[in-house]
Design a protein around this ligand. Structure first.
Ligand code: KIV
Length: 305
């Protein structure tokens, strides 16, 4: 982002303008921007809070391995989520429910190793925090100590407020997640839109306020009507991270395999595919196979003598 430049001329009689601040003293929002900013140090939750103050929108993607994480980090994505969506997208489960602490810890450590700048947030998987705030603290601590993530995410509004309070009081930044919470797929009977109707909308607002009051630094709003997400975003002082929640959230997150066209079959309506990796990888694998079968690979330049 650039600031409007001055012409250097003044109309007769107009008081001389105060000298332009030097580069060192000028508060330059482009230096601080979460995406496109100049700083190469790791993003912190304070940077995230400051972005809401500036009205800056920011992107978040999931990542489950070091190499993909390094691509997104170098592309400037400021926040990477080691989501329990790894269950569907990486580990071959049919939901996020089976994902274990062990799996989250190993893949989170890989994502941290692959990044230099992004704030890395790890999901607490199903069964790792619902029992009690102390259980949540034990598992979140493990992700910070063993995997080196900077924050954790957990699902639930009012029902998870005590967990969030304890983690935050222990110095662990928490991203909350309300609306469609995929770990509750068995209770929801699928993945329906949340917050429709007056009563459900009021509950979603209460949930969002509860996680903010408990100390969460941001809250994911998943698959809720755009108007409701806009209202939550207006009312909260912490940023909202939308997924299927319209344009007015402070940030937007997508599962990276959806975003890049690697996920097979139909993707949810809110997904925009920015590449067709499934087709590209299929073509690459077939070309390799054809070359091997036909004797075109390896060629002399790929061989040692
Ligand atoms: O697990 C995940 O990827 C998530 C995002 C979809 C927000 O929770």
């Amino acid at each position: 982002m650039t600031h409007a430049s001055t012409s250097g001329r003044t109309a007769p009689g107009t008081p001389a303008p105060t000298p332009a601040p030097t580069a060192a003293s000028r508060p330059d929002s482009s230096d601080k921007a979460l995406y496109g900013g100049k700083s190469s140090r790791r993003i912190t939750v304070r940077d995230i809070a400051a972005a809401k103050g500036r009205g800056e929108k920011w992107p978040m993607l999931t990542a489950y391995d070091a190499m993909t994480a390094s691509v997104f980090d170098q592309a400037g994505i400021p926040v990477l989520l080691v989501g329990d969506s790894m269950g569907n997208c990486h580990l071959g489960y049919d939901s996020t429910v089976p994902v274990t602490m062990e799996e989250i810890a190993i893949l989170s450590a890989a994502v941290v190793r692959g990044t230099k700048r992004a704030l890395v947030v790890a999901d607490l998987p199903f069964g790792a925090y619902q029992e009690s705030p102390t259980q949540a603290l034990r598992n979140a601590t493990r992700l910070l100590k063993e995997a080196g993530v900077q924050a954790v995410k957990l699902e639930g509004g009012e029902r998870s407020a005590h967990q969030i309070e304890l983690l935050v009081s222990a110095g662990i930044p928490v991203m909350a997640h309300v609306g469609l919470t995929p770990q509750s797929v068995n209770a929801f009977g699928g993945y329906p839109v949340q917050g429709r109707g007056e009563e459900a909308a009021q509950q979603l607002l209460r949930d969002a306020k509860a996680v903010q009051d408990a100390g969460a630094f941001a809250v994911v709003l998943e698959v809720v009507p755009a108007e409701l997400a806009a209202e939550v975003t207006r009312v909260l002082h912490i940023p909202t991270v939308g997924i299927g929640a319209g344009q007015d959230c402070d940030a937007q997150v997508l599962v990276w395999t959806d975003m890049a066209g690697l996920t097979p079959g139909r993707v949810p309506r809110f997904v925009k595919q920015y590449a067709q990796l499934r087709t590209a990888l299929t073509d690459a694998a077939k070309s390799f196979a054809d070359d091997v079968v036909g004797g075109a690979y390896p060629a002399p330049e790929h061989s040692f003598h």
